[in-house]
Design a protein around this ligand. Structure first.
Ligand code: FAD
Length: 626
């Protein structure tokens, strides 16, 4: 350090869900990393719902964990209600979700960050980005913080969440701020604009929080967690924290009437908010308008922890004025006397359309500048964590002159997320769904470690403890398979017998004593491997077919304008996104199979004629290894 100038390999801005994973991943790789954040008391804070996981999101958390990330262990240490969703459906749909003790979660994450080697956590508000120009090339050189100090690094990861030029709305009242009680970040938006980075605007909302002591729990339904809660992390043995129930109540015609009567005061309807919010997570005023025929909506009363009476009312996100929120709850069964501890509000913020990034989340126009989390137009802690880990990993790899690594669509939900974002962008806050993944049967929550942990080991992302644990599980699976193959039940080989849909593992253990020694986790993998073998094989064949198409690479600076018959819209979109392969090109919204056929024909013609313009095939910085 000289005169308030600090030097690092990687700087991460913002210690939310993306930033903490990014910083931890970079530091785990040995990069000298700084994590700069506005407020040390909000590291890993859950801005909204005190829960981790859910449909498709739970799978992402398992993947983050399999890659050595923080989120799985954090929720296991602090979860107060665990449920495996979609239990009655097939294993591809099983999705873990858990309520968190919100403060305990934050403290856990902060402690992990503080304890991580090669990582400095510091309270700093970043106000400007320092970019070095060299002819037409631009690269990041560091950041300037409030008070003037400079942090210099060749790799910077931006994870500022909802804080860019943010405005919070509650009825007619507007306040600047990225989250209740916290200011906004105008400087970075200005810097991004000056650098020519495209910026757009989204909105999201949050519901009111109630005081538990004022809720009549006799009048609402209890929703307990699972009898045998399943941890998120592959490293967690037993879950130890006392479990709490959630509760369910409903809105009704009277509530909807009150909302309708006040729609002109709702910022979404009065014209005060123009930006787009998440369609699948509508505010209560949105639900009343869009589903006008419904006279009740489910509300989940979710405790925020063991040391607080605050209750999060899931399902009633709103930006209606305070007086309307005050009048709403007395009309809802069980909440007649409930007192509001925090009012609901909506927040509008800047984000940077992610088509400006390579799939390893580095900017296409400024070398070394990475973006992860809500700043990329996503919503949700899990989507942020997955991106953060990839951005941090690749920032550290770049610092060591290594090629980036990005999971593919058949390897991880995180791969689907990255590919969707950089290829198609998003015109509403992007949330992961199982329907976004074409290879759901491969991307199950139970096999995230088998998909990713060996790669994480090669990348240097995981500890020896995790590696040994994984090796033990694999040896157990191998042993179980051997026992099954050599055993006979009713003259049928054990593995063939288990293939029958009605046969359970417990029945197998009753007949084959040696199987009783196999761990439950390995046993479950054997059951899935055997029962779903046919489906999985078919899906793998489909992956191979797609890979043949995907291997048709498109040179980075390929000139689409030379394909005369290509539609102007297709030329413009392909030039903007710069897909790496035909497979990626075909997923760009608005690109038709006919466009792809033209590009393919052109590429094939070119390969037949070796006389390609020199330099046209410049190295693609986002190629994947290993
Ligand atoms: P965040 O978790 O927001 O973290 C950003 C971090 O950057 C913060 O620590 C902040 O202090 C720091 N920071 C910002 N600017 C600077 C700066 N200049 N210098 C230093 N540090 C800085 N998600 C859902 O899935 N469903 C919802 O219903 C939902 N509702 C939401 C409602 C509200 C009001 C808010 C605020 C968020 C909501 N979210 C919701 C989004 C969810 O909180 C985010 O998707 C998730 O937290 C994003 O993680 P992140 O790491 O990108 O950003």
């Amino acid at each position: 350090m000289t005169d308030n100038i600090y030097h690092y390999d990687v700087i991460v801005i913002g210690a939310g869900h993306a930033g903490t994973e990014a910083a931890a991943a970079a530091a785990r790789l040995g990069a000298k990393t700084a994590l700069l954040t506005n407020n040390l008391d909000t590291v890993g804070q859950m801005s909204c719902n005190p829960a981790i996981g859910g449909v498709a999101k739970g799978q992402i958390v398992r993947e983050v964990d399999a890659l050595g990330g923080l989120m799985g262990q954090a929720i296991d240490a602090t979860g107060i209600q665990f449920r495996l969703l979609n239990r009655r459906k097939g294993p591809a749909m099983h999705s873990p979700r858990a309520q968190a003790d919100k403060k305990a979660y934050q403290n856990y994450v902060k402690y992990q960050i503080e304890s991580q080697d090669h990582l400095d956590l510091r309270q700093e508000s970043v106000e400007d980005l320092m970019v070095i120009e060299n002819g037409t090339e631009r690269r990041i050189g560091g950041v300037r913080v409030r008070g003037g100090a400079e942090y210099r690094a060749d790799n910077v990861v931006l994870t500022t969440g909802t804080f860019l030029q943010a405005i919070m709305h509650t009825g007619e009242a507007k306040t600047a701020g990225g989250r209740a009680g916290e200011g906004t970040t105008a400087g970075i938006s200005g810097a991004l604009q000056r650098l020519g980075i495209e910026i757009d605007r989204f909105k999201t909302g949050t519901p009111p929080r109630l005081n538990a002591k004022t809720i009549d729990y006799q009048s609402v339904e209890e929703q307990p967690g699972d009898d045998q809660p399943q941890p998120f992390s592959y490293l967690t043995g037993e879950l130890s924290l006392e479990q709490l129930p959630c509760h369910i109540t409903y809105t009704n015609a009277q509530v909807h009437e009150l909302i309708r009567a006040n729609l002109d005061r709702a910022p979404m309807y009065s014209g005060q908010i123009n930006s787009r919010g998440p369609r699948y997570c509508p505010s209560i005023e949105d639900k009343v308008v869009r589903f006008a025929d419904k006279d009740g909506h489910q509300l989940f009363l979710e405790p925020e922890g063991h040391q607080t009476q605050e209750v999060y009312v899931n399902g009633i996100s709103t930006s209606l004025p305070r007086d309307v929120q005050d009048k709403m709850f007395p009309l809802i069964p069980g909440l007649e006397n409930a007192t509001i501890m925090r009012y609901g509000y909506a927040v509008e913020y800047d984000f940077c359309p992610p088509t400006q990034l390579w799939s390893h989340l580095e900017s296409k126009s400024i070398h070394g500048l990475f973006f992860a989390g809500q700043i990329n137009g996503t919503t949700g802690y899990e989507e942020a964590a997955g991106q953060g880990l990839i951005a941090g990993l690749n920032a550290a790899r770049k610092a060591n002159d290594l090629d980036p690594w990005v999971p593919t669509r058949d390897q991880a939900y995180i791969g689907v997320l990255l590919d969707d974002l950089v290829t198609a962008g998003t015109d509403e806050p992007y949330r992961m769904f199982t329907s976004r993944a074409e290879y759901r049967l491969l991307l199950r929550q139970d096999n995230a470690d088998r998909r990713l942990t060996p790669i994480a080991n090669e990348l240097g992302l995981i500890t020896e403890q995790r590696n040994l644990r994984f090796a033990h599980k694999m040896s157990q699976i191998e042993l179980a398979m051997k026992i099954l193959k050599k055993s006979r039940i009713d003259q049928t080989a054990g593995d063939t017998y288990l293939r029958r849909p009605e046969v359970t593992w417990d029945e197998m253990c009753a007949s084959i004593a040696e199987l009783r020694e196999i761990d439950a986790e390995a046993a479950q993998q054997c059951v899935y491997d055997i029962k779903y073998e046919g489906y999985v094989t078919r899906q793998k064949m489909e992956v191979e077919k797609q890979q043949r198409l995907a291997t048709k690479r498109i040179p980075t600076h390929f000139d689409y304008h030379q394909i005369k018959p290509l539609r102007s819209e297709a030329k413009e979109k392909l030039t903007r996104v710069r897909p790496k392969s035909l497979d990626q090109a075909k997923r760009i919204s608005g690109i038709t199979p006919a466009d792809i056929a033209l590009v393919l024909a052109h590429l094939e013609q070119k390969t037949k004629k070796p006389a390609v313009t020199p330099g046209a095939e410049s190295p693609d910085p986002s190629s994947s290894h290993p």
